[in-house]
Write a protein that binds this ligand. Sequence first.
Ligand SMILES: Cc1ncc(COP(=O)(O)O)c(C=O)c1O
Length: 394
Amino acid sequence: MESHRPLSSRLDSISPFHVMDILARAKTLESEGRHIVHMEVGEPDFPTPEPVRKAAADKLAEGHIHYTPAVGMNSLRERISRYYKDRFSLEISLDCVGLSTGASGALQLLLAALLEPGDRVLMSDPGYPCNRHIVTLFGGSTSLIAVGAESRFQLTAEILAKNWRSGTKAVMLASPANPTGAIIPYQSMQEIYQLVSTQGAVLIVDEIYQGLTYGIEDYCAAEISPDIVVINSFSKYFGMTGWRLGWFLAPEWLLAAAEKIAQNLFLAPPTLAQYAALSAFHTETIEILEARKNEFAQRLDLMATELPSLGFELAGKPDGAFYLYADCHRLCGNSLQFCQQLLEHEGVAITPGIDFGSYQADAFVRFACTTEQSQLRLGLKRIKQFLASGAHAA
Ligand SMILES: Cc1ncc(COP(=O)(O)O)c(C=O)c1O
């Protein structure tokens, strides 16, 4: 007899992350001796930069790893503020910088602080899937707005205006975006902010892939207005996913509200990670990170050159991040099945479009260039074999 499981109904609207199933299956195949080319994982494959590890090791040896203030140590908040000054000539006061447990923690704090039950949040489809689930957890409802290659998978003021719904509290954007790597041009961001602020809503811009842009000048949305809420993290450019440290820029009133929630939910962001992150901005660390960025650029070039010859269609080269969102409709009718079969037959792991929304999801897959070029080449060779074998059409 099935036992009673007193789970909350809010779980009903939380969908699983299919890529985790792909990853789990890939690990099983590896444990059975198969070689897998991993292009599914959205995190840099490099180790944490040495100066950052050294800073953590020194702090660990010293031993005082206690709680910090709920929105982080002032020394790191100051360092982040200086980063914005040096990089974007932006004056950000300490009271507007908060640290969090990854960008994920920042998203939770801010949405918890902003949303009333039933408030609507607009975001793009495709987009980063966790956002809609966090909104749901805090009682909000999401409107996913379909965007395709014609707007480079990004929202514009025009698209938002057409899809505006009453009760909209916030608009969430990411630039560069996951899964497409597309940047929202500065002027387009200005127009979006104009619309969102006129409607009395809050604009949240996730800049977690900032720094990983190729041949394009990136900017910070806070240059447009200090009222724009900015999310960032040590996970991607800084290559520190497992340290679980992110940050956000927000007007003082919102930061104070997020701080109150952080005091209750997390107490503090990870302390050791905060000490380590102080070294993330050092020149020697940045040199390492810039070399890695060049490597990502080469990997993206390689994949963007080769994938079209296999039948995948790309909406140009990505502006940033380390992903390629490829249209595979000429190769298959169901991208989830395509990913599963590709893994089983050829040992290549990629992510199905369904993980990023529902619009044209069956026709898209995401390649993460988070493995060496030799592995990417091997992956391409195996995909070619897979397509030639006809197994994908079976
Ligand atoms: C767009 C976007 N935002 C936020 C996150 C969460 O990042 P973090 O590791 O900082 O929690 C990710 C992770 O992949 C992401 O792609």
